[in-house]
Design a protein around this ligand. Structure first.
Ligand SMILES: Nc1ncnc2c1ncn2[C@@H]1O[C@H](COP(=O)(O)OP(=O)(O)OP(=O)(O)O)[C@@H](O)[C@H]1O
Ligand SMILES: [Mg+2]
Length: 215
């Protein structure tokens, strides 16, 4: 489902990733771990096609991101969910509108959008906040909105960047269960985290990054 061949990414002054080779199969649930600055976010953004590698090849569902047209990349991204480390919520839109947006771009019917949005907000424990705006929520609540938005349209791949960084242990458990559930329904799940607690309690595959290299 996700394949990286000798992928490197450099920024002006630094090498964020160095010759990464990686294969994640359809339906897998994997963690990407590593200290701050190891390259986790960079790796996820490359998989999402939001960044281009300096060298190497990335294949998503057998599509080579180096060669894909913008049109096809847009289409591919609609089948992926991304939970951004900094949430990236639309501040002028309500919570419900933020979550519904992924279905709106798919051209889903209004009734279906309303129903699924309500279900999704309930799943992350925010049904009572649906009319609030992002800045009226706590960091952990905003993070759960970002999670709801990323998974509402049943993505083929979920890329989640430190998705429980702002959540307490109890809510973290609930969110991890939610990720397991969508994984069991077929979504390939990739979670970047430096949380040892998250990694300690799992029997899933863990990919370790250190200074831009897989170890
Ligand atoms: N847009 C950018 N411009 C310049 N350097 C960048 C950019 N994005 C990332 N880097 C550098 O690449 C390296 C890896 O960054 P990245 O954000 O991938 O780390 P991370 O593992 O996600 O860290 P954290 O756990 O703190 O989120 C860092 O040294 C960072 O400074
Ligand atoms: Mg990061």
């Amino acid at each position: 489902m996700i394949q990286l061949f000798n992928v490197s990414k450099s920024f002006a002054s630094s090498v964020a990733l160095h010759e990464v080779n990686l294969k994640i199969r359809k339906g897998e649930f994997v963690f990407i771990s590593g200290p701050s600055g190891a390259g986790k976010t960079t790796l996820l953004r490359l998989m999402f096609g939001a960044l281009r590698p300096t060298s190497g090849q990335i294949l998503i569902d057998r599509i080579n991101l180096n060669r894909v047209s913008n049109n096809r990349l847009d289409h591919l991204r609609r089948r992926m969910g991304f939970v951004f480390q900094d949430f990236k919520l639309l501040q002028r839109n309500t919570i419900a509108q933020n979550v519904a947006i992924a279905l709106e771009v798919m051209g889903e019917r209004a009734g279906v959008i309303r129903k699924k949005t309500r279900q999704m907000l309930r799943a992350v424990g925010l049904e009572k906040k649906q009319h609030a705006f992002p800045l009226q929520l706590s960091g952990g609540e905003q993070q759960r909105v970002a999670i709801a938005r990323a998974i509402i349209n049943n993505p083929m791949i979920l890329l989640a960047d430190e998705p429980t960084g702002n959540l307490d242990p109890e809510i973290t458990k609930g969110i991890m269960l939610l990720f397991r559930t969508i994984n069991l329904r077929g979504t390939t799940v990739v979670i970047a985290t430096h949380s040892n607690e998250l990694l300690r309690d799992t029997d899933q595959r863990i990919i370790h990054l250190q200074r831009g290299k897989l170890v």
